[in-house]
Design a binder for this molecule. Structure first.
Ligand code: C2O
Length: 506
């Protein structure tokens, strides 16, 4: 592997991705940010400079395993202090997986204001194709800054999002509008196919709150990977995508001419989709065509959830064994002054100035209970020991796309009903593996992962409102084995020092 070096500047900008002008946040001036690419085995070095005026930031490399590099995971309050305005932090990690993902701010709700971008690791594929089209970002988009919507969300009301974007673009109807910000300059996302060619398209849901049903009129596709995990390819004409999930699709240009809608439809049965508009882009066989497609699409799924786990057969099978204990967590909520999610009765609390990792490496008296910290220690002498986490929904609201840092996980249970506490009701053999999976309403999600990566890791709902409302846990895994080199410890200490010296102003 070689060293790949990139520079990212986090900036306050005005943008109008759908022709409606607003304040937003951008990497190097664009939404989405620039594509970062590396080969499997490379070392990525990314210098992130915070050029915003008032706010901290911190960048997370979603799904990247960070084996023995927890300090590069980019979670303020867990693995680092925020990067203060004017400061630069250099992330460095080895690329030990391959496939498609995104990088995004993990500071507050910043990714919903535009702070996300494509991250591609080249490696082997389980199917042939002629051309790689890269990532396709599908997400909802608001005409107001997310901070404003957050005030609504805290009252327990799902805020309205006016639009959605495909790779950072869409149209919005400004006819008859007297709003000076409604410029009407937006354009639809377009891509061109050549008949007979096969394409690889990496679709990702980058929404704030919505769960997708993705399809392209007149075309089916072969799914070859879920998140970073190669699977036994399967054919389908649509994929259900939770926030943060990726599907690598092989699409054959099986038509000879015409224009076709690309559809990011919101799953109609998901309560949290109630306000989002469906998103469309255009697939053309003649790139000079300017007409709107007249094709009709599939009916958007009335189911709410992930692709069924039976479809997701890992290319490399592995059975989960040696689970010495089960961590069971109950998801509920409280509604006092604000709406708050609770896990086993407590909510995530992050101390940005004193991240968990530094509490550990500085041997501080750690983990007040309100930090929502679960410790994961090896209890047997066997090399391969697995952790099992079961999250049981007691709220009836669903679903929640749960994401785990520092590991892929094996989905050993994902169903409605109440977990009976026994391993025999789980599917431990050749379970699907990924890094985001849905917790069904009135049901449970059971995930297993190897205790092989010492660190402080977050697991959280990837609905942006929900993680800010406390729907998260921290894991401290193999605490005694967590250690940082002098240089890496110094880099984190410097970051905290400049963060403490920074006084946020409005
Ligand atoms: Cu995509 Cu905790 O993040």
């Amino acid at each position: 592997g070689v060293i790949k070096e990139y520079w990212l500047s986090v900036e306050n900008v005005t943008c109008a991705p759908d022709g409606y002008e607003r304040y937003c946040l951008a990497f190097n001036g664009t939404v989405p940010g620039p594509q970062l690419t590396a080969d499997w085995g490379d070392t990525l070095v990314i210098h992130v400079t915070n050029n915003m005026k008032y706010n901290g930031t911190s960048i997370h490399w979603h799904g990247v395993r960070q084996l023995n590099t927890v300090d590069q995971d980019g979670v303020p309050g867990v693995s680092q202090c925020p990067i203060a305005p004017g400061e630069t932090f250099t992330y460095e990690f080895q690329v030990s997986q391959y496939g498609s993902t995104w990088y995004h701010s993990h500071f507050s709700l910043q990714y919903a204001d535009g702070l996300f971008g494509p991250l591609i690791f080249n490696g082997p594929a389980t199917a042939d194709y002629d051309e790689d089209l890269g990532l396709l970002f599908v997400g909802d988009w608001s005409h107001t800054e997310i901070e404003t919507l957050w005030y609504t969300a805290r009252q327990g009301v799902v805020p309205s999002m006016e639009n959605g974007l495909l790779n950072g673009t869409n149209t919005y109807d400004c006819s008859g509008s007297t709003d000076a910000k409604c410029l009407g300059t937006g354009t639809k996302f377009e891509m061109a196919f050549e008949s007979g060619t096969t394409y690889r398209l990496r679709v990702i849901n980058v929404a704030t709150e919505g769960h997708l049903d993705f399809s392209i009129d007149g075309h089916s596709f072969t799914v070859i990977a879920t998140d970073f995990v190669p699977i036994v390819p399967y054919e389908t004409d649509s994929v259900l995508i939770g926030i943060g999930q990726r599907y690598d699709l092989i699409i054959t240009a099986n038509q000879t001419s015409g224009d076709y809608w690309i559809r990011g439809g919101w799953q109609t049965a998901c309560a949290n989709n109630q306000n989002a508009a469906n998103i469309t882009g255009i697939l053309r066989y003649d790139s000079s065509s300017t007409s709107d497609p007249t094709t009709t699409g599939l009916t958007t799924s009335t189911y709410c959830g992930d692709e069924p786990i039976a479809s997701l057969v890992p290319w490399v099978p592995l059975n989960v064994t040696n689970i010495p204990n089960i961590t069971k967590e109950d998801l509920s909520f409280t509604f006092g002054s604000y709406f708050t999610w609770t896990i086993n009765s407590s909510s995530l609390y992050l101390n940005w100035s004193d991240p968990t990792l530094l509490q550990i490496t500085n041997n501080e008296d750690i983990f007040p209970t309100d930090y929502n910290v679960v410790s994961i220690e090896k209890t047997t002498s066997e090399a391969d020991e697995w952790a099992l986490l079961v999250v049981q929904d007691l709220t009836g609201f669903g679903f929640h796309p749960l994401h785990l840092h520092g590991h892929d996980f094996w989905i050993v249970g994902q169903t409605t009903g109440t977990f009976d506490g026994t391993l025999s009701s789980l599917s431990l053999n050749n379970a699907p593996r990924r890094d985001v999976a849905a917790l069904p309403a009135n049901g449970y999600l059971a995930i297993a992962f190897k205790k092989d990566n010492p660190g402080s890791w977050l697991t959280h709902c990837h609905i942006a409102w929900h993680v800010s409302e406390g729907l998260a846990l921290q894991f401290v895994e193999s605490q005694d084995e967590i250690s940082l080199s002098t240089v890496r410890q110094q880099a984190l200490d410097d970051l905290c020092q400049s963060w403490d010296a920074f006084t946020p102003t409005e």
